[in-house]
Design a protein around this ligand. Sequence first.
Ligand SMILES: Cc1ncc(COP(=O)(O)O)c(C=O)c1O
Length: 392
Amino acid sequence: MSRDDWAEPTVLCHAGLDPAANHGIVNPPVYHASTVLFPTVEALEKAEQGLFDVCRYGRVGTPTSWAFERAVAAIEGGSHAISVPSGLAAITTALTAFTKAGDHVLITDSAYGPTRKFCDAVLTKFGVEVEYYDPLIGAGIEALLRDNTRIVYLEAPGSLTFEVQDVPAIAAAARRRGAKVMIDNTWATPLFFKPFEHGCDVSIHAGTKYMVGHSDAMLGVIVCRDVETAEPVKRTAIMLGSAAGPDDLFLGLRGLRTMGVRLARHQETALRLAQWLQGRPEVARVLYPALPDDPGHALWRRDFTGASGLFGFVLHETSKTRVAAMLDGMELFGMGFSWGGYESLILPARLAGLRTARRWTEPGTLIRVHAGLEDFDDLRGDLERGLARLGT
Ligand SMILES: Cc1ncc(COP(=O)(O)O)c(C=O)c1O
């Protein structure tokens, strides 16, 4: 049996490992490195030529970063992965790699807020024209593509509004016009959505979330379809000085090994909570593509193989004080940014200033939930007591 025949759980367990290179020890060592020494000028010059898998200087890569990158690339089916210190660094590095003054980029209106801030504050400053498009545009993206459109950026589903994009339709149109297709695939992880099978060139992950899985490290990774795409991304990461720390890389690699079993549980609990919330009188709408009556369900079923633990629900209109009473008193659902760890989280989502192409019209407060690995009944009880505090 060759590595190419391994099923996904096997790849998750073994990708990136090379015990024979390290005294037979299962996991790779954590290389804390800045300076790398060369025995000869010839060896030094050879190292200067390399881009991937070259040990030249700590910032360029070490066996610790290679192990994580090889594992992620193998799981997602890309040719190369480039690790960086956060998910946002992955987004900004990828966008920077393919843009110059005079270019035009199309960004989904459902993109993660800081992605939007970077586009508006930095790309624009450097002469790139940024245009936001309706996440539900599908093949209609054709009409927005120009000769100078360099990037079409997707996030499916969006991590606040959970709109599912028609990735293959958007990607096909973009590729016909020579634009790079990038997707923030953090929600689905490489396990539940395969960007390269759906026409994308670059897949971006906040490894901080499900890869690390324990809320204790910041990490980002950019996975590229082919080496032609990976080279400019890697060069840009080096030029920006964007290198992930060795301990965080180790935690990312360690997290990958259990990501499949964790995600199965996140998914199961999220679906049960979402279904339960649908029956609650305080709730106007639940946003989770795995629900059969979600507007994105058909696309999700067609293109995804699972749903993660992050979803939203919209409350019937009520006062800010009542929403605060609900959220302030939660016992198990912590209130905090991020998601993807073992613990459950809850957050009031603020969409003000985040939508321009397709307005968000739901009048009630949007609450975002991350279903952690705790017991379902304990989580449901916490939510039930919280909803009671709304006093509606
Ligand atoms: C969808 C999405 N992408 C990217 C990021 C950024 O990741 P990081 O916090 O590691 O910079 C986040 C963080 O919340 C996110 O939700």
